[in-house]
Design a protein around this ligand. Structure first.
Ligand code: SF4
Length: 441
């Protein structure tokens, strides 16, 4: 993509700010600046009080990419393709805007780009640049998400667009999550809209210019006989508008929706999403705010709020915890996390401990030792969680087996995302009749 030099420099500056203290400092300076201009614009005592409160809350707003929105021909082509849509959750603040989709709460001046890389503020409107333009799609087994208690052995039509509000040092999909839409898609050339009829005409090299609008995603899921669609691989919250519209179209056709997420989202958009959501896998990346900031550039509290809301809204979910050596492998922290899950959500939402393998900026670390994973599983069981799994690890016995919490016999045996045996009928253990939590059909 022909991004100009200035953009590259600005991006580097924004990234070099680092995920922690620097964005806060930058933001506080900017908050003062915005606060002053906005107060002048409002010119009313009562409103000003509200405004100061609002600005104070924004003191944690993340660093953004300054003057980095696409311009000229590139923007025109992006619009022409239909790859642009107005964002659903933002506030107008005088000449500027604040995105209210995720807790980063980016403050944007005209021509800025949000921290997730795909929200841009142009011509008085906040736009998402990832609408109908996924950068990848696959049919996966549902067990790969991982979801072990949700329509087992089914295929899930999985899509991703670029972007993420986090900066995880261990990101496995950094080549799409840490990319701008223009780095994964190319609006030049003839338009190409993917549908079941055109599948055989499309080659891998066409993916860059290919569109897949919500109804196309649904048609493809039907074509591949998938009972669900997953929004996954990068962080789907970053392409919220595309996800929600697709999920609504899927619902209308009786296809279920799965959100695979870091859970970093504000409550209002989350409740909106829950209306069309059937299941989620939420990465609970640790249970210490300092580590969340250091490892992921995020905060713990919003993730916990997301889990509680999913429960309240009746969305089935499973939790994944990646055990990263030296970061999230301490037994006392794992115990605190399991206790929180039990006390706030109950024993029935599955917990998947996942083995770390070197990735992205943590290539110097070894894989999680097997004994650490076994200990994590023992802690979770001891605390009282009913369904505990170990992923990405062949060396642990029964790593992916669901045991009945009543008679302790296996009800589903799996191996590396394949289901080997099922001892379940109408969601109950065939041996003792205990109900097994989940969505089974
Ligand atoms: S969704 Fe993107 S633009 Fe909006 S607050 Fe989060 S990181 Fe910023």
């Amino acid at each position: 993509m022909d991004q100009d030099q200035d953009s590259q420099v600005n991006n580097r500056e924004a990234l070099d700010d680092g995920p922690l203290a620097a964005p806060g400092l930058t933001s506080r300076r900017r908050v003062l600046k915005y606060g002053l201009s906005s107060l002048a614009c409002l010119g009313c005592g009562g409103a000003a009080v509200y405004y100061l409160t609002s600005r104070t809350r924004s003191a944690t707003a993340a660093a953004v990419f300054k003057n980095d929105a696409p311009k000229g021909r590139l923007w025109e082509l992006w619009q022409k393709r239909g790859w642009v849509k107005e964002a659903r959750h933002y506030l107008k603040l005088g000449q500027n805007v604040q995105c209210k989709l995720c807790p980063n709460e980016c403050l944007l001046e005209p021509e800025d780009r949000g921290r997730c890389r795909n929200k841009v503020y142009k011509d008085g409107t906040l736009y998402t640049m990832t609408y109908g333009n996924p950068c990848t799609f696959h049919v996966d087994p549902i067990e790969k998400k991982p979801l072990f208690h949700f329509i087992p052995e089914s295929g899930v039509f999985s899509i991703a667009a670029s972007g993420c509000g986090f900066r995880c040092l261990n990101c496995q999909n950094w080549d799409i999550s840490q990319r701008k839409p223009e780095e994964t898609k190319d609006p030049r050339g003839d338009p190409l809209r993917l549908s079941p009829r055109r599948l055989h005409l499309v080659s891998r090299s066409d993916t860059d210019r290919m569109s897949m609008f919500p109804e196309d995603v649904v048609a493809l899921a039907e074509y591949f006989d998938c009972p669900s669609i997953a929004y996954t691989y990068s962080e789907p919250t970053a392409w919220f508008e595309y996800m929600v519209d697709t999920a609504a179209a899927a619902r209308a056709k009786n296809i279920k929706n799965v959100w695979v997420t870091c859970g970093y989202i504000q409550q209002e958009p989350l409740v909106e999403l829950c209306r069309v959501l059937d299941a989620a896998n939420v990465d609970l990346k640790g249970f210490d705010d300092g580590i969340y900031q250091k490892l992921n550039s995020g905060k713990l509290e919003p993730i916990l709020a997301t889990l509680k809301t999913l429960k309240r809204e009746g969305v089935w979910f499973e939790v994944t915890n990646l055990v990263v050596p030296t970061y999230t492998d301490k037994p006392p922290m794992i115990r605190r996390m399991c206790q929180w899950l039990l006390e706030n959500l109950g024993p029935d939402y599955p917990l998947h401990f996942s083995r770390f393998h070197a990735a992205h900026k943590l290539t110097h670390l070894p894989p999680t030792p097997v004994e650490v994973l076994i200990e994590a599983r023992s802690i979770a069981r001891e605390v009282g969680l009913h369904y505990v799994y170990v992923g990405n690890c062949r060396e642990v016995d029964d790593a992916e087996t669901t045991f009945c919490p009543g008679c302790h016999k296996p009800v589903i045996e799996r191996n590396i995302y394949s289901v080997l045996s099922v001892n379940l009928e109408d969601g109950k253990c065939k041996n003792c009749g205990t109900k097994i939590a989940g969505v089974w059909s």
